[in-house]
Design a protein around this ligand. Structure first.
Ligand code: ARG
Ligand code: GLU
Length: 706
């Protein structure tokens, strides 16, 4: 193990073939990259980015909610993230009378800022390489179970020590498939209030039509504020809490960016899979993605049709629709990109070379072949799992039955009445955003696909029986939605009023179906799926080490795993197709070109039209217009939404929010020609706050450098 770590260190020092722009680096190890970064224009030091001895830029960054990034932009705890990251909070404060999604929301004083239950942000306090500690007393003759047990015990010790006498939380994460372990210590704040959001016609301008695309003109930002107790420490919501004073916040630069300028994105990318075997990539791009895309197309068509008919339904399904559509579109770009890059063929070629090299290395010799075998065996289980998630668990009433079921099991010791109170809160959350016709039509469409595409033996026998007795999925849906108590809100509340136990719903068809699918999945699919996957993961530990030994001059970075990372690159246009070149920056002119009151996604607020026709751009004007978004070569992923995009001096110039469609395969294979992250130009943010929202008191809080 020691030897491996040593060689890893040497590898990290060596600047090899990797395109300078690819890579998601651990802040603590950023020293290794500083020479390359400085060569590309960066003017700060490693300590400016990450330090445990003094405030550094990492102290101005938060993991926002569970899947986004946000950053501090004032000494009063003001944070900025994307509109789509705050979307569910904005939605939950919205109603037909107070439609903040449509009209935007601006707190004109702190007392008007809106609390959000369930929303938290966390700061990284420190990180530490704990590989030696985690594997101390590991012996190479241990079984895998013994190794896992040892790791758990050692992690628990470390976590206890890291958080003793503090209010911190800690986690140990594995990197490089269990070849390295890092400890992360966090501080979490739970009182986070909504401060401002532009109307969706700015914050989601272009909607799902422009999503994942360039040229882009989305003002994808929202503002929140962290509140703390009087001691500046985390406290649960109270009206007596005060704005948090951060250790560090970003200075904003309004100088803007030019093509070629250095940029750095600092945030929490969720998941990448660079080191996959060719079979895994084949499964994703040729089988899993096409089927999942098809299932979501069916759902989206149904949602879009119903949402177009009613404002109420549109609000209810806004957030659900955006998230279904988001991966749907990304998967399409990803499969195309992998095909264009010939990633599968490249991997097969690499695997041949690796095998040649490994011929006389018993440790590595059989790894590729065994992975190949296991992936082939995994396929039917992976496919059934994909369908279970996308075609069964995505049915809302079935999922509600599942949530209630789980709660009742957990509540089994409570009195029926206390239990009913818990179920009531589940129902409240559910019906707030539920529209039965969408759910029912989706059920018919996607469960039908399940019944056709999954081998009959892998489906629940009860479901097969129902199909043959009733004739088809449409008939099952007819029966389900007319007789489950959950289909009618009033009935459901009345039903639980007198108290509920685990037995209350045994005869209800939604519960019967949920249980049939769930038991089938748990008993017939999951065990083998997990078993094969755990063998695969174990092999990756060896394969990963092998890839590093094989390519001694290569530069490696650990796949993203929702831990804080730095990625750097340059502002740059790209060539998506023959005869087309996309420039690096978009402007307000493009918004006006797209503006169309007839098309929901492109119907901008009248106020923006007025400002434009009078050219009232104020200090945000550049060459007669206002910059809106820009693209760069930074290697980002889902989770990087809301991440600060900083210039060579560490000033905030943009907010990351997307990638270009032609480059969405970068989670698996990065390509300098096509992969671009999309950022919102900070000057557009300031323009919207100042001129559209007239909330200049917020700008006064910020530190703006010219
Ligand atoms: N594609 C961006 C991301 O992955 C933005 C998603 C939200 N916007 C939307 N139109 N669905 O999160
Ligand atoms: N919009 C994505 C997010 O929510 C970021 C875009 C990406 O996947 O790169 O994190």
């Amino acid at each position: 193990m020691k030897r491996f770590i040593l060689s890893l260190f040497v590898i990290l020092l060596f600047v090899g073939k990797l395109a300078a722009d690819e890579g998601m680096w651990l802040p603590m190890l950023i020293k290794e990259r500083i020479p390359d970064m400085q060569k590309n224009g960066f003017r700060l030091t490693a300590e400016d980015l990450y330090s445990i001895n003094r405030a550094s830029l990492k102290d101005a960054i938060v993991h926002f909610g569970s899947g986004c990034t946000g950053e501090l932009i004032s000494s009063k705890g003001l944070i900025i993230t994307n509109h789509h990251c705050g979307f569910s909070q904005i939605q939950s404060h919205s109603s037909v009378e107070n439609d903040y999604l449509r009209d935007g929301f601006w707190a004109m004083s702190m007392s008007a800022e809106l609390p959000n239950s369930g929303l938290s942000v966390r700061f990284l306090i420190r990180m530490e390489d704990v590989t030696d500690k985690i594997l101390s007393s590991y012996r190479s003759n241990m079984t895998e179970d013994e190794r896992v047990k040892l790791i758990n015990e050692n992690s628990n010790e470390l976590l206890k020590a890291a958080t003793a006498n503090t209010h911190y939380q800690a986690r140990v994460e594995s990197l490089y498939y269990g070849n390295q372990y890092f400890l992360f210590v966090y501080e979490t704040f739970n009182d986070v209030r909504l401060v401002g959001a532009p109307p969706s016609s700015i914050g989601k301008f272009g909607g799902d039509t422009d999503n994942w695309m360039w040229p882009r003109h989305t003002g994808d930002f929202s503002l929140f504020r962290i509140y703390a107790g009087k001691d500046n420490k985390p406290a649960s919501y109270s009206k007596d809490n005060v704005p948090y004073t951060p250790k560090r916040f970003f200075t904003i630069s309004v100088k803007g960016v030019e093509e070629g300028d250095f940029t750095l994105v600092y945030g929490y990318p969720g998941r990448t899979q660079k080191y996959l075997h060719s079979q895994a990539v084949r499964y994703i791009t040729e089988k899993s993605n096409p089927h999942k895309i098809n299932l979501r197309t069916l759902r989206l068509n149904i949602q879009n049709e119903e949402m177009a008919k009613s404002q109420e339904v549109r609000i209810k399904y806004a957030s659900k629709n955006a998230s279904v559509s988001n991966s749907w579109k990304k998967w399409q770009g990803e499969s195309k990109g992998i095909e264009r890059l010939k990633t599968i063929e490249e991997k097969i070629k690499f695997e041949k070379e690796f095998n040649e090299w490994a011929k006389d290395k018993p440790e590595y010799r059989g790894v590729i072949a065994r992975l190949d075998e296991l992936y082939r065996e995994l396929e039917i289980y992976a496919f059934a799992t994909d369908y279970h998630n996308e075609a069964i668990s995505s049915n809302e009433i079935i999922r509600l039955a599942g949530t209630i079921n789980t709660a009742l099991k957990r509540n089994s010791k409570m009195t029926p009445l206390v239990s009913a109170a818990n179920i009531k809160s589940i129902l409240d959350g559910f019906y707030k955003d539920y529209y039965l016709p969408i759910d029912k039509k989706s059920f018919v469409a996607i469960v039908d696909q399940y019944s056709k595409n999954i081998q009959a033996e892998m489906q629940p026998p009860l479901f097969r029986d129902m199909i043959s007795k009733r004739g088809g999925v449409a008939e099952i849906a007819e029966c389900l939605y007319s007789s489950t108590v959950l289909a009618c809100e009033d009935k459901a509340y009345r039903f639980i009023e007198a108290g509920v136990t685990e037995d209350s719903f045994v005869k209800d068809p939604a519960f019967i179906l949920y249980n049939a699918f769930n038991d089938n999945f748990i008993n017939k699919i999951k065990p083998r799926f997990d078993e094969i996957n755990s063998e695969i993961n174990l092999l990756y530990r060896t394969y990963m080490r092998g890839q590093m030994e094989f390519n001694k001059t290569g530069v490696f970075y650990p796949d993203a795993n929702s831990t804080l990372r730095i990625t750097y690159g340059a502002v740059k246009g790209y060539k998506p197709n023959d005869a087309v070149y996309f420039k690096h920056i978009s402007t307000l002119e493009g918004i006006m070109e797209k503006d169309n009151p007839e098309i929901y996604d492109y119907n901008i607020p009248q106020r923006l039209r007025d400002i434009y026709s009078k050219k009232e751009f104020g200090r945000w004007e550049v060459n007669g217009t206002v910059p809106v978004c820009f693209i760069a070569t930074n290697h980002t992923s889902g989770g990087n939404s809301g991440s600060p995009v900083i210039n060579a001096d560490g000033e905030l110039v943009g907010i990351n929010f997307d990638r270009v469609w032609e480059g969405t395969m970068s989670d698996i294979a990065y390509d300098l020609q096509m992969c671009r992250n999309i950022s919102l130009d900070i000057r557009y943010v300031l323009f919207v706050i100042d001129k559209v929202a007239e909330a200049s008191h917020l700008i006064e809080e910020m530190n703006i450098a010219d």
